[in-house]
Design a protein around this ligand. Structure first.
Ligand SMILES: N[C@@H](CCC(=O)N[C@@H](CS)C(=O)NCC(=O)O)C(=O)O
Length: 213
């Protein structure tokens, strides 16, 4: 990227997918400007926004005339040269990569059901039975992580890598949502990993400082 090209992250800070991009930007100390769009801010159905991101979702990363959407792809792009958080050797890189894909394919859908069912649905409309089933399904995915982080401090090994990002964003919700009395399985290694993430200033700035809403 040329020194003069501004890096813009389009997306409201309350979005889990925007948080992923924010976290890696903060982790690497990369300069950026964030613009509030999506949710109550709207502005994602304009022709200009759709030209950057035809899905009309957030986040979108813009660097001059280069634009990128899909949060995990944005994280990979921003971390492409940061071997400290994305190993350069093929197997190390692939291990990190598959955990990022697994977040999207195993955890994202049921976790969204938990989040929407408890946080975004008014109290009188909540379907706690459906949420309980979603908690169970989400827990299945969290158990994959529980197994890994009981062997080493972070998901892909002894040090933090970018695959901690997509799972870590949702861990904050998993541990802090008001469950309305529903039971969430205990996973001590997962909690210890979450507590470790909470020590990271970039995580605090990108994730925990923003109210869950
Ligand atoms: N697969 C996409 C999903 C993006 C997505 O679903 N974003 C949500 C927020 S987390 C969104 O744009 N919702 C509508 C809105 O905020 O206006 C990604 O990972 O970036």
């Amino acid at each position: 990227m040329s020194g003069k090209t501004e890096r813009i992250l389009w997306g409201r800070a309350t979005s889990s997918n925007v948080m992923k991009a924010l976290w890696v930007l903060e982790e690497l100390g990369l300069p950026y400007r964030r613009v509030d769009v999506g949710g109550a801010f709207g502005k994602t159905d304009t022709p200009e926004y759709r030209a950057m991101n035809p899905t009309g979702l957030v986040p979108t990363l813009q660097e001059g005339d280069f634009t990128l959407w899909e949060s995990n792809a944005i994280v990979r792009y921003l971390a492409r040269d940061a071997a400290s958080i994305w190993p350069a050797d093929p197997r190390g890189r692939a291990t990190v990569d598959h955990w990022m894909d697994a977040q999207q394919t195993t955890m994202n859908r049921p976790m969204a059901q938990v989040f929407w069912g408890l946080v975004r649905t008014p109290a009188d409309k909540r379907d706690l039975k459906a949420v309980a089933a979603a908690i169970e399904e989400t827990a299945k995915a969290w158990r994959y992580v529980e197994t890994e982080v009981s062997k080493h401090a972070y998901l892909a090994g002894d040090s933090f890598t970018i695959c901690d990002i997509p799972w870590g964003v949702h861990a904050h919700r998993w541990f802090n949502i008001d469950y309305m009395g529903l039971v969430r399985p205990d996973m001590p290694a997962l909690k210890a990993w979450y507590d470790r993430l909470c020590q990271r200033p970039a995580y605090q700035r990108a994730v925990t400082a923003t109210p869950i809403s």
